[in-house]
Write a new protein. Structure first.
Length: 326
């Protein structure tokens, strides 16, 4: 369905000054973010941060109090008909299908709503049912499906029409590791062909598949950045060093004498070496040769890379400290 539209450059979603107030509660407070076309964009925040509210506003399900939104280049006006809905599919955290339909019938219903031709419809339905391991259950009623099976059916449904933009709210929350792997592999394959905007609490998944992330908390945007830029910005300058057990005490004393080292932290038989600010690159250049010269047998010397989860909690901590300071 996306066809030539995918070649259009720019943003799939533009949100400016997005504010949503409920009685006694401001769910979104002047939030800006932009989702590039063809990207995989993670939308992160703790429970109650405002992620689902923002998604509902973007989809036109609820009105914003103030602010402007464009989806696939088209301004959003609550209550109006929008052309972009033909090119967008949405998966809520808990997808719901008519319980009396079988899994196959549910996908046929989605295909008929989007007026897919019969040959294309049948081929895609068969392929998706098999990929998500629902082919054996395709003739069973959806009401008898487990939550994980319903979520797999939901992902199949949003992929069925090959949309230009997918908006997914916690798409893997109910899935087992194999189900998560299959969904994430498909998301990765969509990069550059479609735009995927999704929220998730599983930060390892976000780090694995996303180009960009936006982080919000308590209705306010804290940060948006490319995933690599974010990890570099919050990188902790650390190395993991492992030596022979009989050399551990001597190695620790030698490491602490190095001017580039701030401190060492014993960690499950290893030494976590923390550098002085800006001196991280000097540690492997100076320390490893010196350990070897002193006859210390080093079995591991690796940089301890900051992951998205560590960066995420640092960002939240900085935000909360800022609030206390104010």
């Amino acid at each position: 369905m996306a066809g030539e539209r995918n070649k259009i450059k720019g943003y799939a979603i533009e949100a400016r000054g997005l504010t949503k107030e409920f009685p006694g509660h401001k769910a979104l407070d002047n939030v800006d973010f932009y989702v590039k076309r063809g990207s995989i964009h993670g939308f992160l925040g703790p429970n109650g941060a405002g992620k689902t509210t923002a998604i509902k506003v973007i989809l036109g399900l609820i009105p914003a109090t103030t602010g402007r939104v464009k989806v696939l280049g088209e301004p959003l006006y609550f209550g109006s008909k929008h052309n972009f809905l033909r090119y967008l599919n949405y998966l809520p955290q808990d997808p719901v299908f008519p319980e009396g339909l079988t899994g196959r019938e549910a996908l046929h219903l989605v295909a008929d709503i989007y007026k897919l031709d019969r040959e294309k419809k049948n081929e895609r339905i068969d392929r998706l049912l098999k990929y998500f391991q629902l082919d054996d259950a395709a003739g069973r009623r959806v009401g008898a499906y487990s939550r994980g099976m319903q979520q797999r059916l939901g992902v199949a449904a949003v992929l069925l029409t090959e949309p230009e933009l997918l908006v997914l709210d916690e798409p893997v929350s109910a899935l087992d590791p194999e189900g998560r792997r299959r969904v994430l592999e498909l998301i990765i394959k969509l990069k550059g062909r479609a735009t995927v905007f999704f929220s998730s609490h599983i930060l390892d998944d976000v780090e694995r598949v996303c180009d960009y992330v936006t982080i919000i908390d308590r209705g306010r945007k804290l940060l948006d950045a490319g995933i690599n830029d974010l990890l570099n910005r919050y990188a902790v300058e650390q190395y993991l060093v492992t030596v022979r057990p009989e050399h551990a005490d001597r190695a620790a004393k030698l490491i602490l004498k190095n001017q580039s080292v701030s401190r060492i932290i014993p960690q499950l038989g290893k030494l976590l070496v923390v550098s002085e600010p800006g001196r991280s690159s000097a540690i492997p250049e100076e320390l490893l040769p010196e350990l070897i010269r002193q006859g210390i047998i080093v079995t591991e010397f690796t940089q301890n890379r900051t992951n998205l989860e560590e960066a995420f909690f640092k960002i939240l901590e900085e935000s909360h400290h800022g609030e206390v300071a104010r």
